[in-house]
Design a protein around this ligand. Structure first.
Ligand code: 5CA
Length: 438
């Protein structure tokens, strides 16, 4: 992409009402534009990151055996009356009437809708286990939308729903999601800590939140330092194997959000192991058994011929929240530092003398070599001042920068910079391509 052809409305100053760094940086880099409280347009740079996160989530859901589909944003109120949540959900739910005066709502979550899909088609335990997911916009009329995309009213969520005949089966499905979540967050360059959690309006008796640590996190969190060092199960995990030990290894340490905090248990840990910090919830998983299937009559025939309500769990990831969460976890005073896996472009090419034939030729050659390797570079071909180009490239945080100038070209070199470390080296153009693609 040539910057002169792109739409990248960066600005020097962040609006005064953006109080946290991810919100400021997303506005300054032209990733999002606010439309109303908690409602944003995703501009081209922001959309690229959102899509990359979505793709990682998709790959890890698929690897775990979940199956992608897509449900609508607008739902019929009647389904929610069946589960009893239409009244219970309160003001967070945006209620709408269509031209026939039928009551509808913009989905804040999809347990009812998926249960309706399930009961229409699945009648026998032989069709189980099943885990269906989608990535779809949600609307929650939050009392206090704030921190940009971190607490929006309209936001993108991945939500998965598991169906099993038995409680044991449902707990196994829960463990698969638990592991898939750790792998997905790890791929995004994040350390996510699973913490026992309250189930709130979703319901059920088993629930974990996945929290990333950041000073600006909305909730206080407490955990054992040893848990932080454990890491994700890894992409070679066999999801058909017994995952009990993998989950147990990560749930036996102290880890709790404010609501679930047990000060006495935490204080019993040795000083050096006590981590008291703030965190951002990027995922939340629930096992709730028959909470929806029983009232909605989603029943399946078991091997003994008996019809029983199906055992369910639901599993959410805040896809749009993650964009802000990753910036909170990875930035410096000059701007964003994208982890390679989610960067909007892997590399930026800066032409120090736009209009100079040799510089233009060298940049285009680099650009083409990247394209051949399946990498789309962002080529700054504008005639802005050098300082402005450097500052902008640092601000948008692409993992690699290549600076092409006439002096270097005379020596046969370009400057390669790693955004994360600030390290700069002079290498041949071929070597720069090799390091980035290799
Ligand atoms: N039905 C369940 C799981 S599918 C559910 O809705 N869970 S949830 O309420 O915990 O939401 C799942 C994830 O969505 C949260 O962990 C959070 O990362 C994200 N999320 C929730 N509310 C918002 C919001 N207002 N803005 C941005 N992300 C949000």
């Amino acid at each position: 992409m040539r910057l002169s052809n792109y739409f990248l409305p960066v600005s020097k100053e962040a609006p005064a009402d953006a109080s946290i760094v991810s919100h400021q940086l997303m506005l300054r880099t032209g990733m999002i534009r606010q439309n109303g409280a908690g409602i944003y347009s995703w501009l081209p740079l922001g959309l690229r990151v959102l899509k990359r996160i979505e793709q990682i989530v998709r790959e890890e859901m698929d690897r775990s055996g979940a199956i992608e589909m897509l449900m609508p944003t607008l739902q019929q109120a009647d389904l929610w009356r069946e589960s009893g949540r239409y009244e219970a959900y309160g003001k967070e739910m945006l209620r709408i009437k269509d031209r026939h005066d039928r009551e509808m709502l913009y989905g804040p979550t999809n347990e009812e809708l998926i249960t309706d899909v399930f009961r229409a088609y699945v009648k026998s335990y032989k069709q189980l286990p099943l885990n269906l997911y989608h990535q779809q916009w949600k609307f929650r009329d939050e009392v206090r939308p704030r921190f940009g995309v971190m607490r929006g009213r309209e936001f993108l969520m991945k939500d998965a729903y598991s169906f099993d005949l038995t409680e044991e089966g449902a707990r196994a499905a829960y463990r698969k999601m638990f592991c898939a979540y750790l792998n997905a967050f790890d791929r995004m360059g994040l350390t996510a800590i699973p913490m026992r959690a309250d189930t709130g309006p979703i319901g059920g008796d088993l629930s974990h939140e996945f929290i990333i640590l950041a000073d600006t996190g909305e909730s206080a969190v407490f955990c054992d330092r040893e848990l932080l060092a454990l890491g994700a199960p890894g992409l070679d995990l066999d999801f058909n194997s017994d995952l009990v030990p993998v989950v147990e290894q990560r749930t036996r340490y102290y880890a709790a959000t404010e609501e679930m905090h047990d000060a006495a248990a935490f204080d019993a840990l040795p000083d050096e192991r006590r981590v008291s910090a703030r965190g951002i919830e990027v995922g939340h998983i629930f096992y709730f058994g028959t909470k929806y299937s029983a009232p909605m009559n989603a029943v399946v025939q078991g091997p003994d011929g008996q019809m029983v309500p199906v055992q369910m769990g639901s599993y959410g990831i805040g896809v749009s929240r993650l964009v802000g969460g990753i910036i909170e976890a990875s930035h410096d005073e000059n701007g964003i530092i994208w982890p390679d896996a989610v960067a909007p472009f892997p590399v930026g090419i800066i032409n120090m003398r736009a209009g100079d034939a040799a510089c233009e030729e060298a940049c285009v050659s680099l650009y083409t070599q990247f394209a051949k390797a399946g990498i789309e570079a962002l080529y700054d071909d504008t005639d802005d001042r050098a300082g402005a180009k450097f500052a902008r490239m640092d601000l948008i945080g692409l993992p690699w920068q290549i600076v092409v100038g006439p002096k270097g070209l005379e020596k046969g070199v370009v400057e390669l910079k790693r955004r994360k470390t600030g390290e700069k080296i002079e290498v041949s153009a071929e070597e720069a391509v090799r390091r980035i693609t290799g």
